[in-house]
Every structure is written in structure tokens, then in C-alpha cells.
Write a protein of this length. Sequence first.
Length: 258
Amino acid sequence: MNYEILKQEIADGVAVVTVSRPQALNALNTRFFQEMDSLVAEYRDRADIKAVVITGEGKAFVAGADIAEMVDKTPEEGSRFSRLGQATFRSLERLDKPVIAAVNGFALGGGLELALGCDFRVASSKAKFGQPEVNLGLIPGYAATQRLPRLIGPGNALFLLLTGEMIGADEALRMGLVQKVVEPEALLQTAVDLAKLVASKGPKAVKLVKRAVREGVLGDFESGCALESELFGSLFGNEGAEGMKAFLEKRKPDWSRS
């Protein structure tokens, strides 16, 4: 696919994806979702890519969905646009490689929902977060009503969803919405370094951690524990064996052996 909105740079096993519609504060439109779907499918099959970092160009990470595209939609068209975004972010969430959001500026509405579809979030100290849809007489359409409560609890989620207020990076860190806050000039390198760190771990273990957590939060505790035990056992005799032998032999594991 010819990418018009998403720029990518791949080095040392890490793909840095930049949302590039700076003239529209990187607002999400149909073309964005098509390109992200294509990129996720491509990365799923690329063994040279171990981790992904997503950021935005200019002063915004993503400042929301493209209102100019949405304003004249019928109810049925609005629902389809919602399902399109939900499917894209669910596909991103299910990518069996770690995905880190490097939030450089405004992450509002659909932009925050994009960040929520990533595995964790690193923020610039100048980043701003919010779900302002109620200000437009709307609600989120890309699963913020589902992901936010699971991530930061219903109270914090409802505060953001019902007030439409923006919060800064430090408040987002306090809520658990982001995991790390750094100065703007250090943001991208910090995210890339974290991506490399995760990519250096057992690739099968990383994949299965994502699966256990993503599936576990959607079900009951006992089912989650049963899945964890199954996945835990599946690593014995292959990657887990190499990792444990390397530990006992005081050497770095060679994951290619598993």
C-alpha cells in the first residue's frame, strides 16, 4: 500500500510509525484506518520487526477524529465509522509484538483511543489528554468507553468521559493512563529504548504475555489463571528452556535456539 498518512522508519528491530497530517493535527480519517490496517498486517508477518512505536508529527499526537469527514454522516454511517475504528485499534491491540505510544502532544478523542490501543504509553511533559466528545454532543466511538474504565477505573474514566476536560501528563501518570513522563526532547528516544528493551526478551514470552493480559481482562479471574498456566507450560522445552539454561550458565540467552 502507498502510505500517505503514516510514515515509518525501521531500525534495529523497531518500527517507528508517525501519524503525519500536521495541518489537521493528525486527525483520524478513513484513509488513516486503511493505512493502519495495512501496516498492522504487514508487521504481523515481518520477523525483522520486534516492536513498534507510534507517535505524531508536529504539536499533536492525534487531536481526534476528522470532524469534517463526520459532520454529514447519517446514524448508520456514523456507526460504520465507529466500527471501522474499533476494528483497526483491536487489530493493533492484538498484534503479537509490543506497541508503545510516544505521546508528543494533544491526544484527544480518537487520538487517546489510538494510544489506548497500544500496550503502554510514554508521554512528553507537554502532552495533553482528553475525551472531549461530549462537548460536541457525541460519545467516543473507538472503544474508549470500554478501554478507559479497564485501565484507570470507572471513576477516573467517567471523569474524563463526562467532563470532556483535558489533563496534563503528570495527572495522566497519576491516573495510570501513561506509564512514564519525560521531557519533549527525550520522548522518542525513550520510547525506542523501551521498545528495544522489550524486544530483547524472549519473543514467544512477550507474545504470550500480551495474549494472557489482553484475554484475561475480558474474562473472569479463574479463566485467566487457566490460560496463564497453559501458556506458561507451553514455553517449557523451547524458549523457556533456553532462557533458564542461559541463566544457570551465566550467559545471555540465544532466542534463535528455541
